[in-house]
Design a protein around this ligand. Structure first.
Ligand SMILES: *[C@@H]1O[C@H](CO)[C@@H](O)[C@H](O)[C@H]1NC(C)=O
Length: 227
């Protein structure tokens, strides 16, 4: 008797799980139509990050890295290391958590800029920065910049001379719309379409979202996608 009850409960749970994943699959497929497919064989993923943010740590570690390992050749990754920073007349007027947050984000912008053209290197750097014990934000260290092969003197010079480049202007402009529309850090944008529903799915199951997007294009050779 106990076994029968156990079995039927298991079946119900199983059926519910199947229905849930079918629902999610449909949700993702419908969303994907609004995002569009591959552009020049690539899917662009833009990630708005901020230093010291545990949601950014989780996303980079548990979603972005595994997805990148699987689909690297199809992906164009762009980081906007700005968070919710506000800035007026070249001065930071709001930093999340503490003032250091703005400067660590600036350090990320400098470092990413120095590595532009090699997104694997950028991703490895960001993954290092957003791994425990969050090197820069907590220890004010350049460990990740060093392990990424950057010249620390150059990084430091960039960090302290924001007036000499347009990195802050570019990031501020890029973050404005997604921060107001999605209102979550990290925010995720696929193919430059800011969409809170796509963001919500990508945040939780990026690999599935990318898989379903790739499966829409027979040329990708990707067929079996799971939730
Ligand atoms: C890009 O960076 C990776 C990781 O740091 C490195 O292994 C690779 O050789 C670099 N690629 C180019 C083209 O420089």
């Amino acid at each position: 008797m106990n076994i029968v009850v156990f079995t039927s409960e298991w079946n119900i749970k199983h059926a519910m799980a199947a229905r849930l994943s079918l629902l999610l699959t449909l949700t993702i497929i419908i969303l994907i139509n609004s995002v569009g497919g591959l552009e020049n064989g690539k899917i662009k993923i833009t990630v708005g990050t901020t230093a010291g943010c545990s949601d950014t740590v989780n996303f980079i570690t548990n979603q972005l890295l595994p997805t990148y390992r699987k689909y690297e050749r199809f992906l164009e990754i762009e980081f906007v290391a700005w968070g919710r920073t506000r800035r007026e007349n070249g001065v930071f007027t709001f930093c999340q958590f503490n003032a250091m947050n703005c400067w660590v984000n600036r350090m990320h912008r400098c470092s990413l800029d120095m590595m532009k053209g090699n997104q694997t290197r950028q991703l490895e750097f960001m993954s290092c920065e957003f791994s425990p014990p969050l090197p820069v934000i907590l220890r004010e260290s350049y460990d990740c910049a060093i392990s990424s092969g950057l010249n620390v003197v150059d990084v430091d010079f960039c960090l302290n001379n924001p007036h000499l480049d347009s990195l802050d202007d570019v990031a501020q402009e890029a973050a404005a719309e997604p921060v107001s529309a999605i209102n979550f850090i990290p925010y995720i944008i696929i193919n430059d379409n800011t969409d809170v529903n796509v963001h919500n799915q990508a945040l939780r199951r990026l690999s599935s979202v990318i898989c379903f997007l790739l499966a829409e294009d027979p040329a990708s050779g990707v067929t079996e996608c799971q939730i």
